[in-house]
Design a protein. Structure first.
Length: 645
């Protein structure tokens, strides 16, 4: 029979096939990436392509619509039922008639790229752990007395090339009914190419997954379509464990003092997750039973409690984890209501203080793939610090305490409407201007906008504290050793004596019930201690790695997305770095969970990377103390910031 040439774009793969060969078959043969759930039966529409028209000089052929067979009745039926753009064809139905160029649009590729918002990070290649396969199974008869499962497995092998599969008991329990309910046509979900986890009668093409970041304060989740990688809904709730203690250590002491407290907390976090699953599914119009796969990240203590493991050992030296590696288990084992037999993957932990959340951050920011030396900092009550490049990666945790979150600060509060978040101080008059969360415009102390009067000024949040201290330093109100310069009292009444030290009056209330917001010497000391701890951790890793400069800084977490990095550098929280190379990574831990959800290979990748991360324990490093003392000065006892000048 006569042959025709087909070229697939964008891959450029080409080959000759007998006229009459379905395009999908040509693609398979050439290793061109085209998606399918129905296996070429014209049901799923995943295999759509367009036929190129015109002369393709690059390929040396003329391509015309007629070089591919006309619309088949199967395509017409699909178009009528589900809709399809007029220029599109189902590649499983359209047949080669003459030389042609076929374009495979991004959404028809199995390994399509899920575009991430930030340009400096790689996109996610879609390759979910759960795949759906539609199969038509041979019926049993007296001459072929094999089991239904054996015939299903044979069908999966011949129609999909899947071998060595096993099946969950629940699949076996529903197998005979499913096969007979829909004329021996079923769809199965296969986990990592190995296990049948679910069976449905007939055709089905929707599979969903959930990525969860279990933080000590909030639990956040993304609900994703596993076929497109699209985030269908995102939501967060307060971690219900908060009633046992605000921070991690108070939760661990609750367990030490209350036998069975770990079980209570495990139950609380799982209940919270179940509520979150309900809410997020409601938003997307789905049921928890539609979720076939989930991934989790969390700090070591959250990680242990989620898994129902007593975290007491993590409360004291030597901070031994129960286990480091990632773990795949059933949602049921975690008491989380998803699809029956849904699989859950929990990312690996790195060390006693550096958890699966940091593993998620690494997966998101990929310092291990770059030549440049990247510093990734996730600031909470502890700072998790990762430093390195494609050759070496180091990690540590530094006890910064909650000052950066506004705790231990006289006027401090969480970032919420009413909190001062930005500050400028006039170096001549020492008068402040500031911006309050919830208000569009800046205010100064002489003219408050309507907005500010309405919302009120309730306190100062983490990013506001960083800015006010940096501005005070730039205006000479704070000296390099951190003391408030009493001589400035002569320049403005805003600097005034309180007890034995001086303070700065940032805001005099508009309404009598609002607080006065004053920056005291104690506030400055609290931030100095926190920033010294952070910087000492960073310094320690830099010393270990043998670098005195970092090429790139990524700030992860809520704090990182709010602070102005320039101010963080003015105070000496971070090492010097080209300001263009410093950016916020948002909730990188949650993004890491989403990457692991959408691409199964990244699970193996992060396990490998985590195994080679060199853990540095700040508590036992003699150099930490020295670095800490040097970093108490603003910006630093002996380091300079050329990038700021
Ligand atoms: Fe499903 Fe073509 S492969 S419609």
């Amino acid at each position: 029979s006569s042959q025709a040439l087909v070229v697939f774009t964008p891959s450029g793969k080409r080959g000759r096939f007998p006229v009459g060969t379905p395009l999908l078959k040509c693609a398979r043969n050439l290793g061109v990436d085209i998606d399918t759930v129905c296996g070429g039966r014209g049901l799923c529409g995943r295999c759509q392509v367009t036929v190129g028209e015109g002369e393709f000089a690059k390929h040396g052929i003329v391509s015309r619509k007629e070089n591919v067979s006309e619309w088949s009745s199967v395509e017409a039926r699909y178009q009528a039922k589900k809709g399809m753009k007029p220029e599109r064809r189902l590649s499983c139905q359209a047949m080669l008639q003459g030389d042609t160029v076929i374009d495979v649009p991004a959404e028809s590729q199995v390994h399509k790229q899920v575009v991430r918002k930030r340009a400096e990070v790689r996109n996610i290649e879609l390759d979910p752990a759960i795949r759906l396969h539609y199969v038509e199974v041979e019926q049993p008869d007296m001459h072929n007395p094999t089991g239904d499962l054996e015939r299903l497995l044979k069908a999966l092998e011949t129609q999909w090339g899947l071998t060595d599969l096993t099946a969950e008991l629940r699949v076996l329990q529903g197998l005979q009914q499913a096969l007979r309910a829909s004329d021996w046509k079923v769809t199965v979900a296969v986990h990592r190419g190995q296990v049948l986890t679910t069976i449905w009668p007939g055709f089905r093409d929707k599979a969903y997954g959930l990525a969860v970041d279990v933080g000590s304060t909030t639990i956040a989740a993304h609900l994703c379509d596993l076929a497109t990688g699209e985030v269908l809904a995102s939501n967060g709730i307060m971690n219900p464990q908060i009633r046992f203690g605000e921070d991690l250590m108070s939760r661990v002491s609750y367990i030490m003092m209350n036998p069975g407290g770990d079980n209570e907390m495990t139950e609380a976090v799982r209940d919270g997750i179940n509520r979150l699953v309900q809410e997020i599914c409601g938003e997307a119009g789905l049921m928890p039973q539609d979720i076939l796969n989930a991934t989790f990240v969390g700090n070591p203590i959250m990680h242990h409690l989620l898994l129902g493991i007593d975290p007491t050992e993590l409360g004291g030296a030597p901070f031994a984890l129960t286990f480091n590696s990632g773990i795949t288990l059933w949602a049921e084992q975690l008491g989380i209501d998803l699809a029956p037999d849904a699989r859950v993957y929990v990312l690996p932990c790195i060390a006693g203080h550096v958890g699966a959340d940091t593993a998620g951050v690494i997966l998101s920011e990929q310092p291990h793939l770059r030549d440049e030396t990247t510093l990734v900092v996730d600031v909470g009550t502890n700072a998790e610090i990762v430093l390195g490049n494609r050759h070496r990666l180091l990690a540590c945790s530094s006890p910064t305490g909650p000052a950066f979150e506004g705790a231990q600060i006289s006027g401090g509060q969480r970032a919420a409407p009413g909190a001062i978040e930005r500050v400028r101080i006039d170096p001549e008059t020492l008068e402040p201007r500031f911006k309050v969360i919830g208000c569009e415009s800046w205010s100064d102390e002489t003219s408050f906008t309507e907005e500010v009067r309405r919302i009120g000024v309730t306190g100062i949040c983490g990013s506001g504290i960083i800015e006010v201290l940096a501005e005070m330093f730039l205006a000479g109100i704070i000296l390099p050793d951190g003391t408030v310069n009493g001589r400035k009292a002569a320049q403005s009444t805003r600097v005034f004596m309180e007890g034995r030290t001086f303070s700065y009056l940032l805001h005099e209330p508009v309404n009598p019930e609002e607080p006065r917001i004053v920056i005291t010497q104690n506030d400055i000391r609290a931030i100095q201690l926190a920033k010294a701890a952070l910087f000492a951790g960073i310094r320690l890793l830099m010393e270990r790695l043998g670098v005195d400069h970092v090429d790139r800084i990524q700030l992860a977490g809520a704090f990182g997305s709010h602070i102005d990095v320039k101010y963080a550098m003015i105070l000496g929280m971070l090492p010097d770095c080209d300001l263009d190379k410093v950016s916020s990574a948002g909730n990188a831990a949650g993004t890491g969970a989403r990457i692991a959800l959408l691409n199964q290979k990244t699970r193996d990748e992060i396990e490998r990377v985590v195994r080679r991360v060199e853990k540095v324990e700040t508590a036992v490093e003699p150099a930490f103390q020295k670095h800490f003392v040097e970093a108490m000065a603003i910006p630093h006892k002996n380091l300079l910031y050329p990038s700021l000048s």
